[in-house]
Design a protein around this ligand. Structure first.
Ligand code: CIZ
Ligand code: SF4
Length: 350
């Protein structure tokens, strides 16, 4: 990275000292990660933000929904900053509150809301988490999705899973023994979600039609191709991948799981990893004694994660040094309260 920008970021961060705490998501660029005080997946970063009540500024190098979660979990005096406001998440954007409320009204008309527990993946807007909190549901991450579903099926007989259809389906079918037929796909762009009344009445999992634009691009063909090319390869994927990809893989798990698996892998072993490219490249560099490769060379970075680059980081830090607060992310108190209820329910899962 540009030595001048590195020097400016270093100087600005030193000038701010403990007033600023820089969080870096694993999918961030190396040029940004080098300035992170802590790295993690979205869940770990939310916890880390909450564990730093003395830091005046939480500089969040990640995407918008993560900065919102940090704002919800930190004190009112702390300011959460996202270095580029255009760093959104295409998956989170696939579930807009108005659409979700329309779906819920449909369920109400059918008289089934009493049996439905809404569950939202961490990768969703604060509005959606607030909706879930208001309706006695729970937030989940890719590492506790099964526990969240187990709890939900103790509360009701159906789950309305937002916004990632793949995480919902993979967890229900591969970890809980559901049939594919137990899951239906609610499409917010079709009248009535594209589902009949009977389909909704009979379903155990109502999956929202959302997906990750990075993980959703890995295909069964990617898995076949790498197995042919690299004999003995271990295929390791994130549960945001399509069902058939996860089924064909050898290992599936969250970002933190993937990192631990690669750290613990035998020297000389080969790994084809189906997750974001910045992370896979960093893991390959960290383990030159293992053959760590990307599951499909046609899939690339998360473009919104990559919006946070060194120039944006330098700008945000220098604004803070100058006494201004750039790009603050705030969640309105009512939404934050209900979102917090759903997040706390997750933290209380057995
Ligand atoms: O796909 C993502 O953005 C993930 C896995 C985020 C996270 O850290 O949970
Ligand atoms: Fe969203 Fe996928 Fe990017 Fe994660 S990798 S921030 S889920 S688009």
């Amino acid at each position: 990275s540009d030595p001048d920008l590195v020097a400016r970021a270093t100087a600005a961060k030193a000038a701010l000292g403990d007033r600023v705490f820089v969080l870096g998501h694993h999918y961030q660029r190396d040029e940004v990660i080098q300035f992170a005080d802590v790295t993690g997946d979205s869940f770990k970063l939310a916890q880390q933000a909450a564990a730093r009540p003395d830091a005046e500024f939480i500089l969040f190098c990640g995407v918008h929904f993560m900065a919102e979660s940090a704002d919800i979990l930190t004190t009112p005096d702390q300011k959460v900053i996202l270095p580029d406001l255009a760093a959104g998440c295409s998956m989170a954007d696939m579930a807009v509150l108005g659409q979700v409320e329309t779906a819920w009204e449909r369920f109400e008309d059918l008289g089934i809301t009493g049996e439905i527990v809404p569950v939202t993946y961490m990768n969703s807007s604060a509005d959606i988490k607030g909706f879930v909190g208001r309706n006695k549901g729970v937030v989940c991450t890719s590492s506790n999705a099964k526990r969240a579903l187990d709890w939900s099926f103790e509360q009701g007989s159906k789950v309305f899973f937002l916004p990632d259809q793949h995480l919902g389906r993979n967890t229900a079918v591969l970890e809980m023994g559901f049939d594919l037929d137990d899951c239906v796909l609610y499409d917010p762009h079709k009248p009535g979600g594209g589902l009949t009344d009977d389909q909704l009445r009979n379903a155990r999992m109502i999956l929202w039609r959302g997906h990750c634009s990075v993980h959703g691009r890995f295909t069964l063909e990617s898995v076949r191709e790498v197995r042919e090319r690299v004999p003995g390869v271990n295929v390791l994927v994130h549960p945001e991948c399509r069902h058939e990809v996860v089924r064909a893989a050898d290992y599936v798990g969250s970002t933190e799981y993937i990192i631990k698996a690669l750290d613990a892998a035998e020297p000389g072993s080969s790994w084809a990893v189906g997750t974001e490219l910045n992370l896979v490249r960093r893991m390959a560099l960290a383990h030159p004694d293992k053959q760590i490769m990307f599951l499909d060379r046609a899939v690339c970075y998360c473009s919104t994660m990559n919006r946070i680059d060194l120039p944006h980081l330098v700008w945000a830090l220098e604004e803070l040094v100058a006494g201004r607060v750039p790009n603050q992310i705030t969640v309105d108190p009512d939404t934050a309260h209900h979102a917090r209820v759903a997040l706390d329910q997750m933290l209380a899962l057995p």
